[in-house]
Design a protein around this ligand. Structure first.
Ligand code: SAM
Ligand code: SF4
Length: 335
């Protein structure tokens, strides 16, 4: 590979050490904010990375300084060869993490335990069974809750991702906070983000001041304490005093964390997205299949990354809509 650097740095000096790797475009849920009701056009199976290709491409990233890999999707656990992929990636000198809707955790529990994959984020947008079904268009609420408790019973503490949307689940902010009273869970409230076909409007989002206001009104201002965050943390963290778990807020829309962004996304069909909102993609898999030097392609792709959100400064601006419309649905990116 010649003299390649051991760091992936963009022209704004941001070093990238974190790869979010999508294993599949498929999913066993149909969350309305993530994919349009009519579903998404899946890539032909032959253009999805095989387990062997995932391993080889991940190794190219690791040689360039990637030390954290999060498996995502679609739903990563619906991939039939998930076990083979995880066992292979677990051999790499990286922190492995997983974002999942939680439905199949019990099926892979032993594999997760054996490979030491303990950094697990589970998406759960409602604590009410009926609402869960409305949001996800499927009835797996009990399964997800059981699997959260399965992890907790075995000393694995998952983070819970909650996308807050007006008129849908904003009335559950306190219920989620209450979940942290006796359980050591980290609840991450995520701002609703715009993608192709998800009918996003800024006014449908719930933002930090409103969440804080609700918590302080309910618990009293002195009872909600801020927690320190780490350098590349994407969330602002806090806790209700005396509670076992904590709360966090990811402000991609209202206050993006682009200045310290260290993330690279690789889609299931092997394309680099250097930002969740980038318009351009780099077809790494095609280059890999042509036996080209993919390390150089990775470096070039990240070097050309825009300063903020794929160049979209304001999601509400007139010119933002067509650019958002051209972006893949989240299920096809890997959140
Ligand atoms: N299926 C897995 C899951 O649901 O956790 C992994 C893939 S999912 C695309 C990754 C994350 O993206 C989830 O936490 C989901 O809530 C989040 N997400 C999807 N669409 C979103 C949107 N429009 N705004 C904010 N977050 C979104
Ligand atoms: Fe599937 Fe996750 Fe998207 Fe829901 S958020 S549809 S579980 S990929």
């Amino acid at each position: 590979m010649g003299n390649l650097p051991d760091k992936i740095v963009d022209r704004f000096g941001r070093a990238h050490n974190y790869l979010r790797l999508s294993l599949t475009e498929r999913c066993n849920l149909r969350c309305f904010y993530c994919m349009p009701p009519e579903g998404v056009q899946l890539s032909p199976p032959a253009s999805i990375m095989t387990a062997r290709e995932i391993g080889a491409i991940a190794r190219a990233f690791v040689s360039l300084g990637i030390n954290k890999i999060r498996l995502t999707g679609g739903e990563p656990l619906v991939r039939k060869d998930f076990e083979e992929i995880v066992r292979d990636l677990a051999k790499l000198p990286v922190e492995l993490a997983l974002t999942t809707n939680g439905i199949l955790i019990d099926r892979y529990f032993d594999v997760l335990k054996e490979t030491g994959l303990k950094k697990i984020n589970i998406s759960l947008d409602s604590l009410k069974e009926e609402k869960f079904s409305l949001i996800t268009r499927r009835n797996y609420f009990k399964k997800v809750m059981d699997n959260i408790h399965l992890l907790l019973a075995n000393g694995i503490i998952p983070k819970i991702n909650v996308v807050l949307i007006k008129g849908t689940n904003e009335d559950e902010i306190i219920d989620f906070a209450e979940l942290t009273r006796h359980l050591p869970l980290e609840i991450q409230f995520i701002e609703f983000m715009p993608f192709n076909g998800n009918k996003w409007e800024k006014k449908k989002g719930i933002y930090y001041p409103e969440i804080m206001q609700r918590l302080k009104t309910h618990y009293g201002a002195q009872e909600v304490e801020s927690l320190a965050s780490l350098p590349n943390d994407t969330s602002r963290n806090f806790r209700v005093k005396g509670y076992k778990g904590s709360l966090g807020m990811i402000n991609t829309v209202s206050n993006p964390f682009c200045d310290s962004c260290n993330r690279i996304r690789l889609t299931a069909n092997g394309r680099i997205k250097n930002c969740l909102f980038s318009q351009e993609e780099t077809d790494l898999l095609a280059a890999f299949r042509r036996n080209e030097n993919i390390a150089e392609l990775i470096l070039e792709s990240i070097y050309s990354k825009k300063k903020t959100r794929g160049g979209i400064d304001d999601f509400s601006a007139n010119d933002a809509a067509p650019r958002i419309k051209n972006n893949r649905s989240m299920v096809l990116i890997g959140g």
